[in-house]
Design a protein around this ligand. Structure first.
Ligand code: SAH
Length: 392
């Protein structure tokens, strides 16, 4: 236990890691500060609802990564990069990561010795294991282990799999990913499934979603379910509407909305995410959804020029927010409702400013805490924006 200003820190490496800036703040205080910050930002638009926090704000991350290396005495270590460097800080457990994932990482490290597998050395290029990435399905309990290697050949692969499964029979799939480039990206392009299906599934709001090693999937499943639930509640669909799910990723929000919509049109830039979205639609037997791979702005400009009729736009852009091509086309198409899910309140208010100028009104805004203990600005927002009757 490390002491900082007289307070016991629940984490030994908080200072070097830098991930949890709020490690010393009681959770209720974190929520109050986030609510105050977002409330002030949103002041020109509407009064916000109380922030939706977590009941148990620890061990929430369903995606856990460890980098492997050696200390000065050539002992194998695993952990995180010290903030802003490539020095490895050894970590065995983290208070915001899934605990089983942390335990599996420790087991992998202990097995390396008996299998005579060396960790990869970034400077010399010698050694094999670079990273371990673990993704878990919160509601299904499925676990995927991704072993990221510096070269494609893993000696005694089958025995390694057997030994790891003996220690952790709950693992459902193991994938080898090869990353032989000098890069700060964790995953390389080549993949080989060495146990199980090569992906896991998780459930959200009654639908099942496939998660592959590289799929985008929200990292806090408990709060994601609340966030999407809120978005759907605000959209108040009746079963007839034409809905656009923009920046749809692997189709999560659109698929959850599909039961209550006439039809859903999903648009997403990333080709792999669109592939996953189509698989997710099939997996859930959803037939009233279509996914398009395109820039959301370009796609909406096209829709507007064809005078498409859309009742509700659900949008969940990345941190940079949306753009005028998209928002201008939304205004032109003129849906009754826009439900804007944002992971960055600062770009959200910029975009809301644009919509307000065009006559749209923000009716409701709900902050949801997705990343307890990390930092002030890590808060998501879901907003209901409506077209007043007077707007043509
Ligand atoms: N709604 C999804 C994904 C949200 S993350 C979910 O909750 O899981 C934002 C998504 O926007 C990412 O999948 C990213 O690939 C996509 N994106 C980023 N820029 C885009 C653009 N210009 N047009 C369409 N999609 C874009």
């Amino acid at each position: 236990m490390q002491k900082k200003s007289g307070v016991q820190s629940p984490c030994r490496v908080a200072a070097e890691c830098g991930g949890c800036k709020w490690i010393h703040k009681p959770y209720q205080e974190q929520l109050a500060l986030k609510e105050k910050w977002v409330g002030e930002l949103m002041q020109p638009f509407c009064k916000i609802e109380p922030i939706v926090g977590m009941e148990n704000p620890m061990y929430y991350r369903n995606k856990v990564h460890a980098v492997f290396g050696e200390d000065r005495r050539h002992n194998i270590i695993s952990g995180i990069y010290e903030e802003g460097t490539h020095n490895i800080v050894p970590v065995d457990s983290c208070m915001i990561e899934n605990q089983k994932s942390d335990a599996i990482i420790v087991s992998v490290r202990e097995l390396l010795k008996s299998f005579k597998i060396r960790p990869y050395n970034e400077d010399t290029g010698y050694g094999l294991l670079r990273h371990v990435l673990i993704r878990t399905g919160y509601f299904t309990g499925q676990i995927m282990v991704v072993l990221v290697l510096g070269s494609p050949v893993m000696p005694s692969k089958n025995n390694f799999v057997k030994a790891l499964l003996k220690l952790h029979p709950e693992i459902t799939t193991i994938v080898v990913n090869v990353n032989n480039r000098n890069t700060s990206m964790i995953l390389g392009d080549k993949e080989q499934v060495i146990y199980g299906k090569g992906y896991i599934e998780d459930e959200l709001c009654g639908k099942t979603f496939r998660i592959s090693p590289k799929s985008f999937y929200q990292v806090n499943p408990v709060q994601t379910q609340k966030l999407y639930g809120k978005a759907l509640e605000l959209a108040a669909l009746t079963g007839k509407e034409t809905v656009v799910d923009a920046y749809c990723g692997t189709g999560t929000i659109g698929l959850i909305a599909s039961d209550k919509a006439g039809k859903v049109i999903g648009v997403e830039l990333n080709q792999d995410a669109v592939k996953d979205a189509r698989i997710n639609a099939k997996r859930n037997n959803v037939n009233n959804i279509q996914f398009y791979q395109n820039d959301a702005g370009k796609f909406l400009v096209e829709m507007a020029s064809q005078e498409a009729k859309v009742d509700v736009v659900l949008m969940d852009p990345p941190r940079a927010g949306s753009d005028e091509a998209f928002l201008g086309s939304v205004v032109k198409i003129g849906p009754e409702k826009i439900v804007y899910i944002s992971c960055n309140p600062e770009t959200l208010v910029r975009d809301l400013g644009y919509l307000k100028k065009k006559g749209y009104q923000v009716k409701k805004a709900v902050p949801v805490d997705m990343f307890p203990y990390t930092d002030l600005k890590h808060v998501e927002m879901v907003c209901l924006i409506e077209k007043p009757c007077s707007v043509q």
